[in-house]
Design a binder for this molecule. Structure first.
Ligand SMILES: *[C@@H]1O[C@H](CO)[C@@H](O)[C@H](O)[C@H]1NC(C)=O
Ligand SMILES: *[C@@H]1O[C@H](CO)[C@@H](O)[C@H](O)[C@H]1NC(C)=O
Ligand SMILES: [Zn+2]
Length: 306
């Protein structure tokens, strides 16, 4: 397949290995699915997604994530790249949106966001919480300030991806701007502009509670370059919007049976959890007060030593 390589598609190709370059070389089917992906996808030891289980999770003192410039309204371009629907253009904005805080070192600029879903309601998200899936998951992909995408892929903290779960409900507000245009990008290669887009609309009202761990891209080559921030609170998607998503076609021109990757073992990694509020009673009177104390102490020591 041929597609014009505009400056817009280049980052997408690298981040999502998108439409045009590796056409049909990977997907989510029997012959080209995750079990066939090569390189780090097979051999990596810090792969994403994961199942977020209580036993693998520690409470941790971390700053909130700051979503800077997310309240702006400006133009973006949404593209069906054959694997998902990806929306980009934020780096061209007057004040490009970025994230900081959340135990990230530095600023990470928003490159694009995309979604993962399935055909049935009981699956669709890439991450799981205690073995359970949401029907869809949104990924906001950010690149560390000062790095090219190629450089970022080679660093353990080159990228920061914010994962947001989607829950079926009556309110269609979070995806409204996108859903209006989804019918224009049903086929791989389709592209459309969204004139007025506000990234804040994609976030839950409370972003203070999140899971944090070191992982990878969830598409080939599965680079282990991602600082993951998975928000605890989901946003909503209406049944109608979910049905629209399920009509999106892949490289072969078929509706995606699914476009999420299965979960991977932690291989010794721990997940850090930041609760929405540090409840003193909760931390000081329960059985994990000691481990919390140790976390605080080691955080402080780390600050002093390094
Ligand atoms: C960067 O990538 C190259 C080629 O894959 C590899 O040889 C090198 O070790 C990587 N460097 C780091 C710091 O990961
Ligand atoms: C989407 O792509 C299909 C197949 O390439 C094409 O026929 C159609 O015109 C495109 N639609 C839009 C809105 O660009
Ligand atoms: Zn993703």
């Amino acid at each position: 397949m041929h597609s014009p390589l505009s400056s817009f598609t280049i980052p997408l190709i690298l981040l999502v290995q998108s439409y045009g370059v590796s056409a049909a070389s990977w997907g989510y089917g029997y012959n080209d699915g995750p079990q066939t992906w090569k390189g780090d996808c097979q051999t990596g030891l810090r792969q994403t997604p994961i199942d977020i289980r209580t036993m693998d999770t520690d409470y941790a003192l971390m700053d909130r994530v700051n979503f800077i410039g997310y309240d702006q309204v400006d133009e973006v371009t949404m593209q069906n790249n054959g694997h998902t629907v990806a929306t980009a253009g934020f780096t061209e904005w007057k004040n490009p949106p970025y994230v900081s805080g959340g135990a990230l070192q530095g600023k990470y600029f928003l490159q694009q966001f995309h979604l993962h879903w399935g055909k049935k309601d009981h699956e669709g998200s890439e991450h799981k919480i205690g073995g359970l899936s949401y029907p869809a998951e949104l990924h906001l992909v950010h690149l560390k300030e000062g790095l090219t995408i190629t450089e970022a892929m080679n660093k353990s903290d080159g990228l920061a991806v914010v994962g947001v779960f989607l829950n079926i409900a009556e309110s269609g507000e979070p995806l409204a701007a996108m859903a209006d245009k989804l019918d224009d990008v049903i086929y791989a290669g389709n592209e459309t502009d969204i004139d007025r887009f506000r990234p804040r609309s994609l976030l839950p009202s409370v972003t203070d509670a999140f899971y944090r761990y070191e992982g990878s891209l969830t598409t080939p080559g599965c680079s282990e370059a991602v600082q993951w921030i998975v928000l605890a609170e989901p946003i909503t998607i209406t049944r109608k919007q979910l049905d629209q998503l399920r009509k999106i076609r892949n490289m072969e021109g078929e509706e995606h049976e699914k476009n999420f990757r299965p979960t991977f073992p932690l291989n010794g990694r721990r997940i850090r959890f930041r609760p929405a509020q540090y409840d003193r009673l909760r931390f000081c009177s329960s059985s994990y007060s000691l481990s919390f104390f140790i976390t605080v102490l080691s955080t402080l020591l780390a600050k002093i030593i390094f």
